[in-house]
Design a protein around this ligand. Structure first.
Ligand SMILES: [Zn+2]
Ligand SMILES: [Zn+2]
Ligand SMILES: [Zn+2]
Length: 151
C-alpha cells in the first residue's frame, strides 16, 4: 500500500459527456476513474456496517477505493443513478497521518489492511456537478439531489 496525492479520470458522463469522477450504475457501481464495474464480494458480509471495507468500493483495475454514491450527478429513475464519487483525502494508518489516499497492491491487501485505515477527511472532486441531461433534472426534481457538504 502506498499514498497517492493526485490522479486523473477517464470517465465521461454517458448523458452529458462531461469528464469527471462519475460513478454510473444500475446495480453494480462503476469505478469513477476507469468505468469498470465493481462486483460485490461475499467477504464484505463478514465486516461490520461501519467498516471502511463495507462503506467504500475497491476497483481491482485502479487499486483505489471510493464512495461511489457520494452525491447525485444525474437521477434517472429505475435505480439508474450517476453519482459524483467521493474519495479519501486524509487518513491515519498505523499511527501515521497521510494527506492523500491509499493505493493498494491488490484486493487481498485492501481486505487485509483496509480495516486499519481511519478516515480523517474526504473530498468531492466533482463538487456541484449536476447533469444538464438527467432524466429527472435537478430544477424539476430538487428533492432527488442531496447537497454535498464536502470540499
Ligand atoms: Zn478503476
Ligand atoms: Zn459530493
Ligand atoms: Zn452528466
Amino acid at each position: 500500500m502506498r499514498n497517492i496525492i493526485s490522479f486523473d479520470t477517464k470517465v465521461n458522463c454517458s448523458l452529458c459527456g462531461q469528464k469527471g469522477f462519475y460513478s454510473e450504475g444500475h446495480e453494480d457501481p462503476r469505478c469513477p476513474r476507469c468505468n469498470v464495474p465493481v462486483f460485490y464480494n461475499d467477504i464484505y458480509d463478514t465486516f461490520k456496517d461501519d467498516d471502511i471495507r463495507v462503506l467504500y468500493d475497491f476497483c481491482d483495475t485502479c487499486k483505489i477505493v471510493f464512495d461511489h454514491s457520494g452525491c447525485e450527478h444525474a437521477e434517472n429513475g429505475c435505480d439508474w443513478q450517476i453519482y459524483n464519487a467521493h474519495f479519501i483525502s486524509k487518513y491515519e494508518y498505523e499511527g501515521d497521518v497521510y494527506e492523500g489516499m491509499p493505493l493498494f497492491e491488490n484486493e487481498e491487501e485492501w481486505l487485509k489492511e483496509g480495516g486499519k485505515i481511519k478516515i480523517l477527511e474526504t473530498i468531492c472532486p466533482n463538487k456541484n456537478s449536476i447533469c444538464p441531461k438527467a432524466c429527472y433534472p435537478k430544477d424539476k426534481h430538487p428533492q432527488d439531489y442531496r447537497e454535498c457538504d464536502l470540499n
